[in-house]
Ligand binder design. Structure first.
Ligand SMILES: C[S@@+](CC[C@H](N)C(=O)[O-])C[C@H]1O[C@@H](n2cnc3c(N)ncnc32)[C@H](O)[C@@H]1O
Length: 373
């Protein structure tokens, strides 16, 4: 059972998929108004679950003044908490199981590569394409290489096995801290940092991006490479990114989004929701949002230079390449030994290609700067 709060009402969803998070009303998406965690109930973005799997009960805010309403509120908030914990556990286990296979075949960057459109690429080019993704993201955000202005402290939110943290720490001579939900990833990330002599500058820990273990205003660069899609509460996610950014600091979010809705649309089409549901199941994702939704969330803070771009065309060769590598002898044996969660993830790869081809899935970069004091 899951709860979606917002707009004064509470939508309670009883879902056969109790592990599926925030499978809310079919049309719930980020409201057009700006929200903050302090002034509004947390925004839990509604999802794409197919209607036949769910039943809905709607309770109005007026009933919440009664004892029954209070009890219901407590029950629903407990349900939301438990759904969040279930999702976090699923994400942690998924990456605990699959990160070794990924590293064996693809190395230490667990994100898309950036390719020139229509270019022909070999496997070794994919690794350099992943580095290009980092460099293009920094360029898009106009991050300076200048010795005075370059970032000195970096947080890598959803760090995987720390590929970005180590790369950025070396590039800028900066200190980097990575957080992930997966204990296996945090440990491996630290081992790789030690092996590269980076222990003094780079550290990793298991922590939640929605409740980061850092004081306000600490980081010159807040980096989230392909972790935002896992966040069940995008408002809280963005609030945390903004909170930990230092004055004058840069925030870079590179993430999977669904297409922007047209002004006449309330939600995605049923077949689009169905496709995203299947992907959510395989990769432990809650509901998706659009790039425009992220921009609106950032606009609700006093940020400068908010920019976004659709990079789908630059990542097109990525999933076909991942499928090709999974079908090699090494890929198949690694997959088979890594467990059902990884195998299910592999089986869902063609769905990502389908989503991109339909124009439903967008590979988005969103950047901004926190004003200097
Ligand atoms: C696809 S991997 C990306 C890894 C890394 N950014 C990279 O580019 O190599 C997604 C990462 O997001 C992390 N993640 C997902 N939800 C998270 C959360 N709530 N808090 C912290 N990390 C989270 C996962 O543990 C995983 O490390």
């Amino acid at each position: 059972m899951v709860v979606i709060t917002g707009g004064g009402g509470v939508a309670v969803c009883t879902c056969q998929y109790s592990r599926r998070l925030f499978c809310g009303g079919p049309t719930l998406s980020i409201p057009r108004t700006n929200r903050t965690v302090d002034s509004q109930p947390a925004l839990l973005i509604g999802c794409t679950t197919s209607r036949r799997r769910i039943t809905h009960t709607r309770t109005s805010s007026s009933s919440s003044s009664s004892g029954g309403g209070r009890r219901r509120r407590m029950t629903t908030s407990a349900a939301a908490t438990s759904a969040t914990e279930t999702l976090k556990k699923g994400i942690a286990e998924f990456y605990d199981q699959s990160s070794g296979v990924w590293e064996d075949v693809w190395g230490d960057h667990m994100h898309h590569g950036f390719y020139e459109p229509a270019s022909d690429v070999s496997l070794s080019d994919h690794r350099s394409a992943q580095i290009r993704m980092i460099e293009e993201s920094l360029r898009f955000a106009s991050l300076s290489d200048d010795s005075v202005q370059k970032p000195k402290s970096i947080v890598d939110v959803g760090c995987g096995i720390g590929g970005s943290s180590r790369y950025l720490a070396k590039k800028y001579g900066a200190k980097a801290q990575g957080i992930t939900l997966s204990p296996v990833q945090a440990q491996r990330a630290q081992e790789l940092a030690s092996a590269q002599g980076l222990d003094a500058n780079v550290s990793f820990q298991v922590a939640d991006a929605l409740n980061q273990p850092f004081p306000d205003g600490q980081f010159d660069l807040v980096w989230s490479m392909e972790s935002g899609e896992h966040m069940p509460d995008k408002t809280k996610f963005v609030n945390e990114l903004v909170r930990v950014a230092a004055p004058g600091g840069t925030i870079i979010v590179v993430t999977w989004c669904h297409r922007d809705l047209s002004p006449s649309e309330e939600s995605l089409l049923p077949d689009e929701k169905n496709l995203l549901d299947k992907i959510c199941d395989a990769y432990y994702l809650p509901a998706w949002c659009s790039t425009a939704d992220y921009v609106k969330l950032l606009q609700s803070h006093s940020l400068e230079d908010i920019k976004s771009e659709d990079w789908s065309q630059y990542v097109a060769p990525f999933w076909p390449a991942v499928i090709k590598s999974a079908l090699t002898w090494k890929g198949i044996t690694s997959l088979l030994s890594s467990g059902w969660k990884t195998i299910r993830g592999a089986l869902a790869m063609p769905l990502m290609i389908q989503g991109y081809k339909k124009g439903l899935i967008k590979f988005a970069i969103i950047t901004c700067r926190k004003p200097a004091l």
